[in-house]
Design a protein around this ligand. Structure first.
Ligand code: C2E
Ligand code: CA
Ligand code: CA
Length: 735
């Protein structure tokens, strides 16, 4: 899971998306909150500025108007015939105030001016717009703008007053001002947010445009000022907003014009945009640093941790989880076939106590090399348990059974070769199993199947097994058996049978071997001892079972003793697990004592395998029993271990020739030779000898000829119940 976490960048992208979402949220909120605030502030500052400027402009115009009015008054006070009496000094005085660029008066027949000006030829003041407008209005006005006659580009407006004598229009007094002057003094004043002023007449026509470089008379405008003016009039407001602009209006008092200020919304909102840009930069910075941090974290912290999680520290191989994940990833990527191989060390504990970790790792590496030489290099490997290594070989097609078997045999041969570790050649025993996808399972349970197959390996001659359906059903049966076995003692399902051992040829009962029988209620059948004993061993039930066996036998011996029935020897089979359990041994001895059994009458049968197992010198269970008087018999002699040195080292009394050698007597030369050899060995070592499974008299005669005088088998008696044995012995005695 962690590996996935580190590999795909979901977390990183999740975080960046979250960052982006909060940025957007923050930006939107910020934009709307600030936008309105900024616009409101801009509007009120625009309104203020427009009002102040409008007021100034009004004052400015008022001053100029009064100059012209006083000229007109002056003219009116004198009769017009005396108008020349207005001294030049009067004009000079006005000129010095610089209120007006030109001051003049024009009579219907004559023209007088304040400033020295060369009148262009053909100039007729009476036809000029300011003259005709005033003549028409017959009251002081501020004229519409007009263009100068000589350069055709300088724009003027004039403050004019009609000269009226005795009710008759006589002429016009006019004070002219260049637009540039108006611009410089009024309209050019600094407006917040890079705004500009316009002069607009009552029809909404722009009289003077704030940003016109020449301050020409403008007759067009980008916005429909007349519509705006109309709106202003109807809504009784002093500002208006269009999609991109904000306007503030001031109606001038001295004429019907409006002073209009205009501001671009985008400039008003610039601080918001700046803030948004800063947030965006911050976001980019955060996202970038998160990315860098994630990379650093992933390479320096995450990956090493994940590696630790995925590795088995002892073998330094991938652990079970990452092995399974490897198979799963292949399956997810479309590779649905393959073979899973499981190798188990049979003596890992011994290896671990004799070799260092590094040496054991070298053994692992050597195994991997050997497996790769057979199965190829493309393998997923993993350490499944402290003594198990697994491999998975992905395949393009359904694995071929015969090919799997062939590889298996090669592996078997390869693993039998010794391992060279630090100049020492060591032999290591393994058992291994395999299961394949899709034959035996899917990527989910293939290791499980291989483990099941491994757990079913019991045959000592064979140390490998492939998973089959049979394995599965066998295991299922075993599970049922284990469950039934768990309650068998309590349910009194076990019983004992006794098979006499005879001397030959006089056929005297020399002893009895105690064998057990299990009739399971749950399974409704009899289960052979070889089967249930093994399961009891595997499931740690063998101690209780053997103690029950001993107790039942001892009770039976006591009953017989009370009835004056006695056999020379009672041989009972013990499992190697029993002998390796000191608690069992002490309980067994306790039972002997408790039931007051003569230990000299007891014999325990152990297999050769048990006989050679290493027992502690101080508390050797065989020696403990032997010291008590119990004799030790080696069962199934000849089938197991080849070395005979243990016969000398261990306190053994008896050996029993296995039934397999007796079966073909006296016809098989091989068995004849073996039986003879075993008989010789018993003589050599001074051991008591019993031949098992004697079924016919030829076998008995032959064995007798060879020097074996104790026999057990169907020829003489089958295993029988205690009552049957009593009867059998009673009949035997008189004969
Ligand atoms: P074993 O100890 O070698 O016991 C002898 C087996 O050979 C018995 O089988 C017996 O019935 C059978 N047998 C005896 N004579 C003949 C014969 O002439 N022909 C043939 N074909 N078979 C003969 P059983 O009772 O089925 O036991 C099988 C094995 O199960 C025993 O082999 C022993 O290893 C184990 N076993 C039986 N009872 C116990 C027990 O109570 N405890 C332990 N630990 N193992 C037991
Ligand atoms: Ca036996
Ligand atoms: Ca036997």
């Amino acid at each position: 899971m962690l590996a996935k976490f580190a590999k795909d960048k979901k977390l990183l992208w999740g975080f960046i998306t979250l960052l982006w979402m909060s940025f957007t949220f923050f930006a939107v909120i910020n934009y709307y909150l600030h936008k309105n605030l900024l616009i409101d502030t801009a509007i009120s500052s625009l309104e203020n500025q427009t009002q102040v400027t409008g007021y100034t402009f009004d004052e400015w115009m008022s001053a100029r108007k009064s100059v012209v009015i006083s000229l007109a008054n002056e003219l009116s006070e004198n009769t017009l015939s005396d108008h020349t009496k207005i001294p030049q000094s009067y004009f000079n005085r006005i000129a010095r105030t610089e209120l007006l660029d030109f001051l003049s008066y024009t009579l219907e027949s004559n023209y007088y001016r304040s400033n020295p000006w060369v009148i262009p030829p053909g100039y007729s003041p009476n036809t000029r717009p300011w003259y005709t407008e005033t003549k028409e209005a017959l009251k002081p006005i501020t004229t519409n703008p007009y263009i100068s006659v000589e350069d055709n580009k300088t724009a003027f407006i004039a403050f004019t007053v009609p000269i009226i004598e005795q009710g008759t229009f006589m002429g016009v007094a006019a004070g002219e001002v260049e637009f540039t002057t108006i611009y410089n003094k009024i309209l050019g004043s600094q407006l917040n947010h890079q705004g500009k002023f316009h002069l607009v007449n009552s029809q909404g026509k722009v009289v003077l445009e704030g940003n016109s470089p020449l301050h020409k008379i403008s007759d067009s405008s980008v916005v429909d000022m007349s519509a705006l003016i109309q709106k202003i009039n109807s809504e009784n407001k002093s500002h208006l907003m269009t999609e991109n602009k904000i306007y503030a209006f001031y109606p001038l008092k001295h004429n019907t014009w409006w002073l209009v200020s205009e501001v671009d919304k985008s400039i008003v909102l610039q601080p918001v945009y700046l803030q948004l840009r800063n947030i965006l930069l911050l976001f980019i910075f955060l996202a970038f640093s998160t990315y860098i941090l994630q990379r650093l974290y992933s390479s320096r912290v995450f990956k090493p941790i994940i590696k630790q999680f995925q590795t088995d520290w002892q073998t330094t191989l991938p652990n079970k989880n990452s092995f399974l994940e490897g198979i799963q990833i292949l399956s997810n990527n479309g590779s649905h076939c393959g073979v899973c191989l499981l190798i188990e060390y049979l003596d890992m504990s011994a290896l671990m106590s004799n070799y260092s970790n590094e040496e054991i790792r070298e053994i692992h590496r050597e195994i991997i090399r050997r497996v790769q030489s057979i199965y190829g290099k493309k393998l997923i490997q993993g350490s499944i348990a402290y003594d198990q290594i697994a491999f998975f070989k992905p395949m393009n097609q359904v694995p071929n059974i015969s090919k799997i078997d062939k590889c298996f045999e090669q592996l078997q041969a390869s693993l039998t070769n010794n391992f060279l570790i630090n100049d020492n050649l060591i032999t290591i025993k393994f058992r291994f199993s395999s299961a394949s996808i899709p034959n035996d399972g899917s990527s989910f349970d293939i290791l499980n199947k291989a483990q099941i197959a491994l757990s079913t390996i019991q045959d000592k001659g064979n140390n490998f097994k492939s998973y089959t359906e049979h394995t599965k059903s066998k295991l299922a049966n075993e599970t049922k058996l284990v469950q039934a076995l768990n309650t068998a003692i309590k349910n009194n399902e076990f019983s004992l049978v006794y098979q006499p051992i005879f001397s030959f040829p006089d056929k005297e009962i020399e002893g009895v071997e105690v064998l057990s029988r299990w009739n399971s209620q749950a399974l409704n059948k009899t289960i052979p001892p070889l089967e249930f004993v093994q399961i009891a061993e595997q499931n740690n039930l063998i101690h209780d079972f053997s103690l029950w066996l001993a107790k039942t036998l001892f009770i039976q011996i006591s009953i017989w003793q009370n009835n004056n029935i006695s056999f020379k020897k009672y041989a009972l089979n013990l499992s190697s697990h029993n002998l390796h359990n000191p608690r069992f041994i002490s309980k067994f001895i306790e039972l002997i004592k408790k039931h007051k059994i003569d230990a000299n009458q007891l014999e325990i049968e152990i297999t050769e395998h048990v006989a050679i197992e290493h027992f502690p010198k101080r508390q050797n269970p065989l020696k403990q029993l032997r010291d008590l008087g119990v004799s030790i018999s080696v069962d199934d002699f000849g089938t197991g271990y080849s070395s005979l040195s243990y016969l000398k080292q261990l306190p053994i009394n008896t050996i029993k020739i296995d039934r397999t050698f007796i079966k073909s007597l006296p016809n098989s030369q091989h068995d004849i030779a073996l039986s003879k050899a075993i008989i010789d060995i018993s003589k050599e070592f001074g051991l008591h000898l019993i031949a098992e499974g004697v079924e016919n008299s030829e076998q008995a005669d032959f064995l007798h000829k060879c020097g074996c005088s104790h026999m057990q088998g169907y020829l003489f008696a089958k295993p029988m119940s205690a009552e049957e044995l009593e009867a059998f012995a009673a009949i035997k005695k008189p004969s």
